[in-house]
Design a protein around this ligand. Structure first.
Ligand code: ADP
Ligand code: MG
Length: 242
């Protein structure tokens, strides 16, 4: 089954800048895909176009069997877990409540307003925290955790959505090497064991080669490589970062 499909996708920002230029790709369910590219290549733009947070301006994108379009944004965001470079946790809240916010898309707006969660929501959040090995920190404030732990809370929050795909935008860019490996190991495990499709923006080639089933490289908004890690060679890598 196809998890994500892009056909002739363009993104032109209001100032006229073309950040995605004729992107075509098809990602099967359960694949672990790394998106490589220098700063400004269009990696974040690509992820935001896929979940409809900042829609493409031409072409078509489908997520599962849904076309990314105004009427489906909510549904697509509900089934898409996002992970961010700076974790985007609510610092003053405890870890459990942060993970429970992953359930908000499924709640009535009134319960969302008061952070009212059901018993099943708590069980889902607990399972997610167990998955990232942080259940013992459930009642600690999020901002008392280390960076690596906070990113694992970010992953648990994404898991609490019970997503079909996870989009991670530079999830290890703010972490030390050891925490980076822990976070990528975790994303890989989630992909392999739960069959969740993972699309992760990275700028470290070594990590992409080590973890990804497939690598996509962007340069100035164009897709310049789409293949297996073993097919990447050094001279080509030089062109990605130039
Ligand atoms: P990456 O994540 O690979 O670093 P981005 O997707 O953030 O790259 O940005 C791609 C290009 O689009 C960059 O040149 C950036 O300056 C430009 N860009 C991003 N957001 C906007 C915007 N809102 N308006 C105009 N240009 C933008
Ligand atoms: Mg970016």
């Amino acid at each position: 089954m196809t998890a994500i499909k892009l056909s002739a996708v363009y993104k032109t920002y209001p100032n006229g800048f073309c950040a995605l230029n004729d992107i075509n790709m098809e990602i099967p369910s359960g694949e672990f895909v790394a998106v490589l590219g220098a700063s400004g290549a269009g990696k974040s733009t690509l992820l935001r176009a896929i979940n409809g947070l900042d829609p493409a301006t031409a072409g078509s994108i489908t997520v599962g069997d849904l076309a990314v379009a105004r009427h489906s944004y909510r549904k697509i965001r509900r089934q898409t877990g996002m992970i961010f470079q700076h974790f985007n946790l609510i610092d003053g809240l405890n870890v459990m409540t942060n993970v429970l916010t992953g359930r908000l898309a499924n709640r009535h707006w009134l319960s969302s307003l008061f952070y009212l969660f059901s018993e099943p929501d708590y069980r889902i959040a607990e399972d997610a925290l167990r998955e990232v090995d942080l259940l013992e920190k459930a009642w600690n404030r999020a901002d008392t955790l280390s960076g690596g732990q906070q990113q694992r809370v970010g992953i648990a929050r994404a898991l609490a959505q019970q997503p079909g795909i996870i989009l991670a935008d530079e999830p290890v860019a703010s972490l030390d090497p050891k925490s980076s490996v822990e976070v990528l190991d975790l994303l890989k495990k989630i992909c392999t064991e739960k069959g969740i499709t993972v699309l992760v923006n990275l700028h470290q080639v070594e990590f992409a080669v080590r973890y990804a089933d497939r690598i996509i490289a962007l340069n100035q908004g164009r897709l310049i490589f789409d293949g297996q890690p073993a097919q990447l060679d050094q001279s080509f890598l030089n062109t990605i970062y130039n």
